[in-house]
Design a protein around this ligand. Sequence first.
Ligand code: ADP
Length: 491
Amino acid sequence: MNVQTPSEKLVKPFDCQHYINGRYFPSEKGSTFDNINPATQEIIGSVAEGGKKEVDLAVAAARRALNGRWKNMTADERIRIIRKVGDIILERKDELARLETLDTGKPLSLSSTLDIPRAAFNFHFFADFMRGAGTEAYQTDDLAINYAIRRPVGVVGLINPWNLPLLLLTWKLAPCLAAGNTAVIKPAELTPMTATLLGEICHDAGMPDGVVNIVHGFGPDSAGAALSEHPDVDAISFTGETTTGKVIMEAASKTLKKLSFELGGKNPNIIFADADMDEAVSTSLKSSFVNQGEVCMSGSRIYVEREAYDEFLNKFVEKTKKLKVGDPFDPDTNIGALISSEHTERVMNYIELAKREGGNILTGGKRPEGQESGCFLEPTIITGLSRNSRLIKEEIFGPVVTVIPFDDEEEVIAQANDTHYGLSATLWTNDLRRAHRVAGQIESGMVWVNSWFLRDLRTPFGGMKQSGLGREGGIHSLEFFSELTNICIKL
Ligand code: ADP
């Protein structure tokens, strides 16, 4: 195999190779696929296409590191390296933000203020959190004492989506490493760049070879499938579509891997008439359209109490019309490009369906004029659809929201829960009792009251129903990424 050192890697165009055992590699057979900038549809580099062979090499490297240098370090040494990864991400934040924007089409104003700083914070947070984490101990009368010790799960596969590439990858990788595991990462095929650079960053932070490995490729019959069925992988943390989660679960069942899934959502955004309407409007603008609506927590089903329906809708439509769609590198841009032409087509199909179903498109519903060469779509607000419309039931994952009026609390709770998803919800009300009452009845892993995406990394993050399996964040991440052994000593 052709060996390249990490520093030789940064040539233009950006060609993404696998990072295995501390070195960059092409695929064994030299196979690659194109990486396309969704804002221009230009090829911005090639991506090595990995499969079983590359996953085997990466898993073997991760296993050696797990039982070798990573295990033999003190916890302090490991934590110092993990923190250093966060430091280097901050030092290189401009370069990383640029790559993230090239790869995803999201505005640079977002990648530079959210994706990349949060990626660094993930390492800093979990390094610190690990220092303070204890375990449990119980005394059984005067018969025995029990205490639990924590150890790594082993080699963990981290399979990632394209919407928040480095943010979500590091949200898994940082606690995975902090708990003493080693990792094989499968970045999304559409967004391989920042993950590739992370290899070099880990190397520069002093991470021993083999602790972090990155294999590029696709899902089915490719690197993703090879990782999820690999007999020497102990656990998989996956973020992506619910349908993909089901396939991974089946593959992982053969060796009963531990699983953590963060899947799709069709999240209700419920606005009661007593809410602060201006705040509800401006935050709903974010929960609807930030990151082009390509966010699993996006509040894509908006329910407004009838008394406030017209006021909300007028203000919401007016502000949405002012959002600027276009060049992700323009600092004034609010909405960049969607991830790919296939995905844009898929989102457009939902809009066509809404038209056929007699929905009213209050704004948007089309590609912006003069920008046909990129994957751009105007932010779209639709009313007048039936409760059973596919637009109300299915995750669109684009800048498209539906707005529906409601008359009472019970009715809106029933509508909010009428879905097989259960990731997040948002409530807008100034009635304290109602906020508590409704929040406790919404079937979702997270409920934001008078806010959205306000995150504290110690809190449980994840979904119920078909939106996920388990929770990550704070102690919940540590629980997933470690095994407990209870030691019982008879007195
Ligand atoms: P999307 O269609 O939005 O890209 P996916 O759930 O298909 O969402 O993809 C999320 C991640 O899961 C990607 O890294 C993708 O390559 C990977 N993936 C897709 N299918 C499989 C599969 N069958 N096994 C393992 N990984 C997969």
